[in-house]
Design a protein. Structure first.
Length: 174
């Protein structure tokens, strides 16, 4: 997997101050995507164990609330193994910090294992999933942490346990 960017400080892609990893490669090709250069799987740099170390080191700071995974497409089958490896390492080392992921796929597809070999395992490492493709006709700049109104902000673990979507509500989560 390649990555387009690692941001050691990001306040736009989840609550609090976060570390964000923008992976390369996406086949959704949403019109007016904010990051079309990252559609190319060869864009950016190879995501190596050194890259993982950069993320882990950035996350050591006490003011970092969590990790956000974006793209490109973190859940693309070509990216899943590397993203899963990173998420597992973050979970092990920082169990008190949350992990958010943005995807153009739907939660239901991922939970059913319909997208690549590791989609369910990757979901199991996440706290919050922002799902669904960006749809320009549904663009709404007033929405927090998403670009179009079709996208859902999902609490992953309760959704997996109940086998139904549980939406994230900022007031109900610390």
């Amino acid at each position: 997997m390649n990555y387009a960017d690692i941001r050691p400080i990001d306040v736009a892609n989840g609550p609090g101050i976060r570390v964000s990893v923008f992976v390369s490669g996406c086949t959704h090709a949403c019109p007016e995507c904010f990051n079309p250069e990252a559609w190319d799987f060869a864009y950016g740099q190879p995501f190596t164990q050194e890259s993982v170390g950069t993320v882990l080191q950035a996350m050591e700071k006490p003011y970092i609330k969590g990790l956000s995974l974006l793209g490109g497409e973190p859940f693309h089958p070509k990216n899943q193994a590397a993203v899963l490896n990173l998420a597992c390492q973050v979970r092990k080392r920082f169990p008190e910090k949350d992990v958010w992921c943005y995807t153009g796929y739907l939660f239901e597809e991922l939970a059913a294992g319909e997208v690549g070999e590791h989609s369910r395992a990757l979901l199991e490492q996440l706290d919050v999933l922002v799902d669904g493709p960006f749809v320009i006709a549904l663009k709404n700049l007033g929405l927090r942490f998403r670009g179009s109104s079709n996208q859902r902000i999902i609490q992953v673990q309760p959704s997996l346990e109940r086998e139904e979507i549980v939406l994230w509500d900022e007031q109900s989560v610390e």
